[in-house]
Design a protein around this ligand. Sequence first.
Ligand SMILES: NC(=O)C1=CN([C@@H]2O[C@H](COP(=O)(O)OP(=O)(O)OC[C@H]3O[C@@H](n4cnc5c(N)ncnc54)[C@H](OP(=O)(O)O)[C@@H]3O)[C@@H](O)[C@H]2O)C=CC1
Ligand SMILES: O=C(O)C1=N[C@H](C(=O)O)C[C@H](O)C1
Length: 250
Amino acid sequence: MNRQIRVAVAGASGRMGQEVVKMLGEDQTLIYTGPLDTRVSDAELERQLDEMKPDVLVDFTTPHSVYRHMEMCLRRQIRPVVGTTGLSPEQLQDLTARYKEAGLGAIIAPNFAIGAILCMKFAAIAAKYMPHVEIIELHHDRKLDAPSGTALKTAEMIAAVREKQQQGHPDETETIAGARGADYDGFRIHSVRLPGMVAHQEVLFGATGQTLSIRHDSINRESFMPGVNMAIKAVMNLDSLIYGLEHLID
Ligand SMILES: NC(=O)C1=CN([C@@H]2O[C@H](COP(=O)(O)OP(=O)(O)OC[C@H]3O[C@@H](n4cnc5c(N)ncnc54)[C@H](OP(=O)(O)O)[C@@H]3O)[C@@H](O)[C@H]2O)C=CC1
Ligand SMILES: O=C(O)C1=N[C@H](C(=O)O)C[C@H](O)C1
């Protein structure tokens, strides 16, 4: 058997972190080295890491803390597998360049559920033929960032293939600010936050006389675990940062 992979978890007590810890305990090829409490000084953080000696840090924390965690991983040559959303495009760009320069593997995936990856891919195919599109993402009301990382990634993949145009009536006005959602490259993203929701996304397309809806629903957080497990194993063989699980499954 290959050497077991040592895995620490930042955000271990959170909704996602708890599922990750459970998943690690069910896979004998992975060793859970423990929760990483990152709300401490750099020196204390490095002391914890020296003690645990993880190969991989799984991060499900907050948009405000994840950048620092990724910098710390770079310094300690630990490979991050990050589900935390809300990094800015500039932060992503900066981290991509620095991990490449260091030759260190890293994975940032806005969504680890296979169905969500397929939803993004199908949406990108459809957008080539049906360029009028709007994204509606729906989440629980404890979520900090809007729009979701998944919606942003979907929008990015759509924009890469869609014939660019500003949708809606040229004279449309909002009688209540925000009614038309966020503008991304000429199309709209709408964020719904309600208790009872987990993670859902619908991509709607319209053309003359027809519509197309592509929808994904995560009905629990176990749905993300096969993807997290796959990423932990894959990151050990990477020498740069990958943004999006779709790059691992083709
Ligand atoms: N990529 C994917 O497939 C998925 C991504 N996500 C993303 O994962 C992230 C976490 O989501 P979720 O588990 O629901 O959130 P939770 O709020 O349930 O958990 C967040 C965790 O982070 C910890 N935390 C809070 N502040 C800090 C900080 N400053 N430094 C370090 N740790 C901190 C919390 O600790 P404490 O409880 O002690 O405050 C908690 O353990 C979000 O960004 C979400 O969008 C979520 C689902 C799937
Ligand atoms: O906060 C969540 O719950 C989720 N966040 C991710 C996102 O922002 O896309 C992934 C999933 O949608 C659940």
